[in-house]
Write a protein that binds this ligand. Structure first.
Ligand code: ATP
Ligand code: MG
Length: 586
């Protein structure tokens, strides 16, 4: 797995591509915000004209137009804010959705081993919390970062023009806020990354407790699990409190500075007015304008904080985006040599080692499956049967050697074609929270009712018609409402429905009673007639399906032959079979 280390701010910058389609909306939002700020700044200047002109010279006629102008400016400000919020809500939600869709698509492209390595809670919190954080900053922080700097500068310029030395003093008093903000930013960055990571861990733990609830209850480990959860939740709580404390003292300081400024202006302004360096209206305008500096400065703290959070969020999201898919569709793709594929599957000196493992699981597997033949793969637990099977649909790639389909290395076939040609049912019968029909037609959405019925019949899964809503019955997450054997049979129906050229079945009948197994085996016999099949099995009754039996041991195919031949020639095979005959799964 390749991680490119990003600094948080660079990460945020790297996501700018997602803002590009929203250029127009962002520009309108900026313009609306600038207009609203301009109207806000103009109001004190209007007040100055009212006091120094209309009131001081008793020109009452001017009061009405000036008053109307003030109302007009107020309305402009309100209208512009409304427009900005209105666009913001839509554009920003769309930005979040675009990134989330891209993230989802990327997670789908990543190899199975990536998902083995990453905790699902971490992925979940990155796809939800982190993206919301980025959205908040893109919609609010980013615009006001620019607007507030502009507003601050414009107000200071006006203040200097009203009275240059009082203006400069005001600016000087506000200046120390900047280094304070930067120091705060550094400490806040550490805390916000910590809390985001901890939330990811917490999500993982809650998810595991939910999916593993039966084990927890059965083993009576609820208390311990709750204690572990409490430790994790406390960690999140403590970091959050620390973060809030830091934020609190920062804001207290930011509140203090503007009030001190008002104090200074009141004292020095009175001096200026008494020396006729500032008109009375000018003094009122000066104070009102100076008060307008408070919000940009205060908000700067919030904006820096939310920018910081967005930056760490971007960093966490990019850690996923930067992981390159290892299993790619071939660039110079070859077309399956015969259409439809005959399904000649060949393992040529295949070796496989799990990333980070010391020893290879498969060392030199040589196995030939002629078209239409069924090979049963057997071997002790942990011998690498499931590992070998996952190489066929390229859930992982061989470390050495090659897997060939109809004479072509599967790595030079388009991934979609390969996966359409190979039907799989794995050890863990994973069903999705959807109806039985949707689960069965997952790999062949266009299948007709008759085809679905044929697949369910062959897999001895007709019980599905007797469920409360028949095939429309929703089966829960991981098919919770079904028994293990029922789930296996639905998964088997799913694998055979698409009529693939090659069928890869990992212990498809392990959870069935002997009688059901016998019926499924008989039905499978018919289905497997025209299909090349690689089936992992342990029981003699399933082994009877095989044209050839292969025994996997020590990372190689140690022996091949018919059931009868192997019983005589391969002691390990005889041993495996006798153990399972007596009902013990090897
Ligand atoms: N994702 C993984 N990462 C690292 N090692 C793994 C992984 N999956 C399996 N292994 C290791 O590879 C070896 C072979 O596992 P595999 O699941 O292929 O065995 P198996 O023959 O299917 O066993 P069983 O009959 O119990 O299903 C085991 O030693 C296992 O610990
Ligand atoms: Mg296995």
């Amino acid at each position: 797995m390749t991680h490119v280390q990003n600094r948080p701010v660079n990460s945020l910058w790297r996501l700018r591509g997602y803002l590009r389609p929203f250029r127009v909306q962002m520009t309108v939002m900026f313009l609306a915000a600038i207009t609203s700020v301009a109207a806000q700044i103009a109001i004190p200047l209007l007040t100055k004209s009212v006091i120094d002109g209309a009131i001081a010279h008793g020109a009452r006629r001017m009061l009405v137009p000036l008053g109307l102008a003030a109302i007009g400016l107020g309305m402009v400000e309100a209208l512009m804010n409304m427009i900005r919020r209105w666009i913001q809500a839509d554009a920003v939600a769309q930005i979040e959705k675009t990134i989330r869709d891209a993230l989802y698509a990327h997670l789908q492209r990543l190899q199975a081993s990536f998902h083995d390595e990453w905790q699902s809670g971490q992925l979940l919190s990155r796809a939800t919390t982190d993206l919301s954080t980025i959205r908040r900053f893109a919609g609010f922080g980013l615009i006001f970062l620019v607007i507030n700097v502009l507003q601050f500068t414009a107000v200071i310029v006006l203040l200097v023009r009203l009275n240059w030395w009082l203006g400069l003093i005001t600016a000087a008093v506000f200046t120390p806020v900047l280094p304070v903000c930067l120091r705060f930013e550094k400490r806040y960055r550490v805390l916000s990354r910590r809390v985001q990571d901890q939330q990811g861990d917490l999500a993982t733990q809650i998810e595991e407790a939910a999916t593993g609830i039966r084990v927890l209850k059965a083993l009576g480990r609820g208390k311990e699990a709750a204690a572990r959860h409490d430790v994790q939740a406390t960690a999140v709580y403590e970091t959050q409190v620390e973060k809030a404390g830091l934020l609190g003292s920062f804001w207290a300081l930011l509140d203090l500075i503007p009030n001190a400024v008002i104090c200074v202006i009141l004292v020095l302004g009175t001096v200026a007015v008494s020396r006729h360096a500032l008109s009375l209206g000018g003094m009122v305008a000066f104070i009102t304008l100076a008060l307008q500096l408070v919000w940009p400065v205060e908000a700067l703290g919030y904006i820096i904080a939310s920018g910081q959070e967005a930056a760490t969020a971007a960093q966490r999201v990019l850690e996923i985006f930067d992981t390159k898919p290892e299993i790619l569709s071939a660039e110079r793709t070859e077309v399956l040599s015969t259409a439809p594929a005959h399904g000649h599957l060949e393992f040529r000196h295949v070796g496989f080692i799990y990333p980070g493992a010391a020893d290879p699981v498969l060392r030199d597997v040589v196995l030939d499956l002629p078209p239409g033949k069924t090979v049963v793969l057997t071997g002790a637990t942990g011998s690498g049967k499931s590992t070998l099977l996952q190489l066929v649909p390229r859930l992982a790639d061989v470390s050495s050697g090659a897997v060939l389909l109809d004479g072509t290395d599967i790595r030079s076939l388009p991934l979609g074609d390969l996966r359409a040609a190979v039907g799989c049912a794995f050890e863990e019968a994973t069903l999705f929270s959807a109806s039985v029909r949707e689960n069965v037609t997952f790999g062949a959405p266009a299948a007709s009712d008759a085809e679905v019925e044929a697949a369910l019949t062959a897999a001895q899964a007709r019980f599905a018609y007797d469920l409360p809503w028949g095939l429309d019955t929703r089966i829960g997450e991981q098919g919770m409402a079904l028994s293990g054997g029922q789930r296996q049979r639905i998964a088997l129906a799913r694998a055979i429905l698409a009529r693939p050229a090659v069928l890869v079945l990992d212990d498809p009948l392990s959870a069935l009673d002997v009688h059901t197994e016998e019926r499924v085996t008989r039905a499978l016999h018919q289905i497997l007639a025209g299909v090349t099949a690689l089936v992992v099995a342990h029981r003699p009754s399933t082994v009877a399906l095989a044209d050839t039996v292969a025994v996997l041991s020590g990372g190689v195919v140690a022996a091949t032959g018919t059931h009868r031949e192997l019983l005589g020639s391969c002691p390990e095979y005889a041993n495996l079979m006798s153990a399972s005959e007596s009902g013990v799964k090897v």
